[in-house]
Design a protein around this ligand. Structure first.
Ligand code: AAL
Length: 425
């Protein structure tokens, strides 16, 4: 009897059960040779032998042992977009946090946070210096704009979708980080509605919404909080960020993000609020938060469940996760260079048919473009193969080669350099 300890359970095997393969000898005799090592040709199903914890995990935790066969593994490729002007990168124009992309009227639509301010933001740490015209963070004093595209590479900015309403309405200070729902022929934009400059106390805001008969607007503001902050002392008491609606199991599943705990050691989790109607009432899932890591919400229907890109913040950064029930997520793969604030093209986001097909491209953002004094963000395109309908082996590469300049751009801080020098003496 041999007890095998692995991460989640103790398995007692009935016998050691080493895999035994028998090879005929070259002279055709019946003499057979026992191979006791792990087989050369990776078995697709868990072999009946004792395995190390890592090899147990390979079979227990992933859809397939090889990443190239894993429908929920992908590497990511990036392309610069055509059609957006950033005022020579002086920090006064910023576009960030793209919504998921939908296809309507023969073209792709995306909504995003746009800042067009007199100056670049002063930064969260100097938020007290912000004014009616000077933004604190990159997403302060913003509006929600939208753009359309025929090919997903060249975009035409169409104009503002959601302006900042007048004080004291929800979002008077800034409206940001939108996402889109199509429900019974109408369109619903959910977004963060700031009532103070972000950075002053934290990044505090609730979620509000507007609706329209057409993706081109005009948009009517619900003019109320759609997803309330949590009770005092709970993880989402201050912020409900990145509202992200999908239609799943016939209900509106609105995933969202909250940052909790005291900075700098704060955690970011994504939770879920559900409703039968787009303007609520929304009921938060009792198991929230549903993720222990991640940042901006990026999810899509996959088979009968929901898959998620978990980018940064937490022990499970850089993973792709899957929940058969849309609630209990597990790691489906570990990848690298995941798109930040991904807004994928999700053709079946609102079908609720229990047969999600996955994603293969979308938009994301790149922040901190102009350095501390000219901070702004740009939108870019990512491509991947997290789709059941394409097979692109070039997207299944776990051996990422990055140029030395990428590594050398990760610089030691002045304090770190001092510590290293001091340690030496
Ligand atoms: C983003 C999002 C939310 C935050 C800020 C703007 O990436 O998580 O939208 O409030 O940063």
């Amino acid at each position: 009897m041999l007890a095998i300890l692995n991460k989640n359970r103790i398995t007692t095997t009935i016998s050691i059960g080493l895999v035994t393969l028998f090879l005929a000898t070259s002279c055709g005799s019946s003499k057979q040779k026992e191979i006791v090592g792990y087989p050369w040709d990776i078995p697709q199903t868990k072999p009946n032998r004792t395995l190390s914890a890592a090899m147990e995990r390979l079979y227990d935790n992933y859809l397939t042992p090889r990443p190239e066969d894993n429908e929920l593994f992908s590497s990511f490729k990036y392309t610069e977009l055509k059609g957006f002007d950033y005022h020579n990168g002086d920090g006064t124009i910023s576009r960030r946090d793209p919504s998921k992309i939908i296809f309507e009227n023969g073209k792709y639509y995306v909504w995003y946070t746009k800042r067009d301010t007199e100056t670049a933001p002063v930064g969260a740490s100097k938020a007290s210096e912000s004014t009616e015209n000077i933004p604190s963070t990159d997403w302060d004093l913003c509006e929600i704009w939208y753009a359309t595209s025929k090919d997903g590479l060249s975009w035409e900015e169409q104009g503002v979708a959601i302006e900042r309403p007048l004080l004291p309405q929800v979002g008077w200070r800034s409206v940001a980080t939108p996402d889109i729902l199509k429900w019974e022929g109408k369109f619903y934009l959910y977004y963060q509605g700031f009532m103070e400059a972000s950075g002053k106390k934290g990044d505090h805001c609730p979620v509000t919404a507007s609706y329209s008969d057409s993706p081109d607007g005009p948009w009517i503001a619900a003019n109320k909080i759609i997803v309330e902050n949590g009770d005092k002392g709970t993880w989402d008491q201050f912020s409900i960020h990145d509202p992200y609606p999908l239609l799943y199991k016939g209900k509106i599943y609105l995933y969202f993000k909250a940052a909790y705990g005291d900075r700098p050691d704060y955690l970011v989790g994504n939770g879920l609020a559900m409703a039968d109607n787009p303007l609520g009432p929304f009921t938060k899932h009792p198991l929230n938060p549903l993720f222990n890591s991640g940042h901006e919400t990026a999810l899509f229907p996959f088979k009968e469940g929901i898959a998620a890109l978990i980018t940064s913040n937490g022990n499970e950064s850089n993973t792709i996760q899957y929940a058969k029930d849309g609630v209990n997520f597990n790691i489906a793969s570990v990848s690298a260079l995941l798109p930040t604030a991904a807004g994928a093209y999700v053709p079946d986001a609102f079908t609720s048919n229990g047969n999600g097909r996955g994603i293969s491209w979308g938009l994301c953002h790149f922040t901190d473009m102009g350095g501390p004094n000219k901070n702004y963000s740009i939108l870019g395109r990512f491509d991947c193969d997290l789709s059941l309908d394409i097979y692109d082996p070039k997207m299944k590469n776990t051996n990422l080669f990055l140029k030395p300049e990428v590594y050398f751009s990760q610089k030691l801080s002045v304090e770190q350099l001092e510590r290293i020098k001091k340690d030496k003496n």
